[in-house]
Design a protein. Structure first.
Length: 266
């Protein structure tokens, strides 16, 4: 919600490129009203092992895989592709029996939004791995577009795609909801932000569902607080109708515009 709104607002004065870095569950396109992607590119950022010589295998090969991806059925060895992480340990111990091969594990999608700026998105295929590397590939693709500002919509949490989204950024906006788990996650992701020495600001979303905890987060954030966004039913109507929040008059819109003004003029 916030990334799409900021992309639209900044695009009025700057050349913007928007990136959906939540490659496991990309949804930035929904907030920007994208119904179809103009270009879809299959990519490979991971590898998997494959047995190429049964005679070069023995029972010990079953013990070396920490992911338990190597199995034996009907007297033959094979590698379960859904468990294999492509680490290559089996190749080291059984170089004649195993081959490591690249696999198409994701696709990068490109669309021009009706607001005039491009959206670069990616989708990890079901059962595949390598989300952090996919974010790297996505960002490299986004750099091909002329821009003054790149807005990255990161995934939730502190996993590989989040780390890959934060690397080499100039500023991070941390969005938290006023719940115990939301406050805890905010502190955890802040450790990563501080590790990369990134300047940052904090936004409390749906602050009015728990004013007491919102006040606690606000006191903790101090001058780092960019703003608070209310719980607003019109936001739900927007996503259902593939509209951005800043296209509809609402309380959330005015609050997001205040956050934008802080960013734009600070």
């Amino acid at each position: 919600m916030l990334a799409s709104s900021l992309a639209i607002l900044f695009s009025k004065t700057k050349k913007v490129v928007a990136c959906d870095c939540d490659v496991d569950a990309p949804n930035l396109g929904l907030w920007l009203g994208v119904k179809a992607y103009e270009k879809v590119e299959k990519i490979s950022t991971s590898e998997k092992a494959r047995i190429i010589d049964q005679k070069a295998c023995d029972e010990k090969i079953l013990e070396i895989c920490r992911f338990r991806a190597i199995e034996k059925r009907d007297g033959e060895y094979f590698i379960n592709p859904f468990l294999c992480e492509g680490c290559g340990v089996c190749k080291i111990f059984y170089p004649k029996a195993v081959e490591i091969e690249p696999v198409e594990n994701a696709e990068i999608r490109v669309a021009k939004t009706r607001f005039g700026f491009p959206l670069i998105s990616a989708q990890l295929y079901p059962g595949e791995t390598g989300s952090g590397k996919i974010v790297q590939a996505l960002r490299k693709r986004a750099e091909e577009f002329e821009h003054e500002l790149m807005i990255l919509d990161a995934a939730a949490g502190i996993g590989c795609p989040v780390i890959a989204s934060l690397v080499d950024c100039d500023y991070a906006i941390l969005v938290a909801e006023p719940t115990p788990s939301g406050f805890s996650d905010l502190k955890r992701v802040l450790e990563i932000v501080n590790h990369f020495k990134l300047p940052y600001g904090i936004v409390i979303n749906k602050w009015d569902i728990n004013p007491e905890l919102s006040n606690k987060i606000e006191e903790w954030a101090k001058e780092k607080l960019l703003g608070k966004i209310s719980y607003d039913r019109k936001v739900i109507d927007c996503i259902v109708n593939l509209k951005s929040v800043v296209e509809v008059e609402s309380k959330a819109k005015s609050e997001i515009e205040k956050i934008f003004e802080k960013l734009a003029f600070s």
